[in-house]
Design a protein around this ligand. Structure first.
Ligand code: NAP
Length: 296
């Protein structure tokens, strides 16, 4: 078999599945597709994809099977009836989910003789196949190595994270969490300066460089976190707390939403109560390493 032209099956032809299948097709891989709603396969079939008549036929067609559907319940619904026919194939699940679902699916599939990689796509469909797309994979290294050249077609940022199947989903939500935190803080700031008639574009010109500066702090913060050693280098949590109180006050008195500022301050308050008033801001990690305050 020419390893560069491994036959590939793509099950699930939503916005993302169509982008995945199209990328394999255009790279010259024999590509078999299946979708619950057959009409969604039309364009790919016109481009040369083979349309399987059932999920079983789709899986039988290729040694590498990619599944990308809405959620893990749909994955199970599709694969459960296939029984042992998954044996001998590498199944790559690029459906978003949790680490628990990934580990459970791995156990279930491995029992049926399949080799399972769980993946996560950190990109939108138009970015698939470009330098902008990062895709994470976790599961048996040998399965990833066998199909790496084919999988790498989907994005230059193709990255194997390790044998634990849960790693892709964990990184997925961790990265999305970081993204939402940055975006929501930007919105908070834009709403604040907006009360004085400053437009969001002006605020973006200041916030953008700040986000870059904060990014540059990460390696040093990560070192403190990994060593659990939080000697203050520039500002203590106590100093941060003073400024957080201003953020809460401004938000409340200017009549904009204060939930996010109050959350930031409440977490710093707890760090101070834990004895971290004089610690570096990196000590905030200890607040995240335990269940939420309201989880009992
Ligand atoms: P989508 O356009 O809504 O497509 C969903 C796909 O799942 C369709 O092919 C749908 O089939 C299929 N499906 C749902 N339930 C099913 C079931 N019970 N049995 C069989 N097939 C079923 O979603 P998408 O954007 O392609 O996303 C697919 C996955 O990629 C999701 O897990 C999503 O989180 C992940 N993802 C998407 C993006 C993105 O930007 N779009 C980015 C990263 C990750 P029908 O066509 O028959 O409805």
């Amino acid at each position: 078999m020419n390893i560069d032209k491994t036959p590939v099956t793509v099950v699930g032809l939503g916005l993302m599945g169509r982008a995945l299948a199209g990328t394999f097709l255009r790279a010259g891989h024999p590509t078999t597709v299946w979708n619950r709603t057959t009409a969604r396969a039309a364009e790919l079939v016109a481009e040369g994809a083979r349309l399987a008549g059932s999920p079983a036929q789709a899986v039988a067609a290729s040694p590498l099977v990619i599944v990308c559907v809405s959620d893990y319940a749909a994955v199970r619904e599709l694969l459960e009836p296939l029984g042992d026919s998954l044996g001998g194939r590498v199944l790559v699940n690029l459906t978003s989910g949790t680490s628990e679902e990934a580990r459970r699916t791995a156990e279930w599939l491995t029992r049926r003789g399949g080799s399972y990689l769980d993946g996560a796509i950190m990109a939108v469909p138009p970015a698939i196949g470009t330098a902008e797309a990062t895709l994470f994979y976790s599961g048996p290294r040998a399965a990833f190595d066998r199909h790496e050249p084919t999988l790498r077609l989907l994005g230059a940022g193709t990255t194997y994270l390790g044998a634990d199947h849960g790693l892709s989903s964990l990184h997925d939500v961790a990265m999305l969490g970081a993204m939402w935190s940055v975006l929501n803080s930007f919105f908070q700031g834009a709403a604040l300066v907006g009360t004085a008639g400053v437009d969001a574009a002006t605020f973006a010109s200041f916030a953008g460089p700040l986000i870059g500066t904060v990014r540059d702090w990460l390696p040093d913060l990560a070192q403190q976190i990994d060593k659990r050693e939080y000697t203050a280098r520039d500002a203590t949590i106590g100093t941060h707390l003073g400024a957080m109180a201003h953020l809460v006050h401004e938000s409340e008195s200017l009549g904009i939403d204060a939930e996010l500022p109050r959350l930031l301050k409440a977490m710093a308050d707890r760090a101070v109560a834990d004895g971290h008033a004089d610690s570096d801001y990196a000590a905030m990690i200890e607040q995240f390493r335990r269940p939420s305050h309201d989880d009992g």
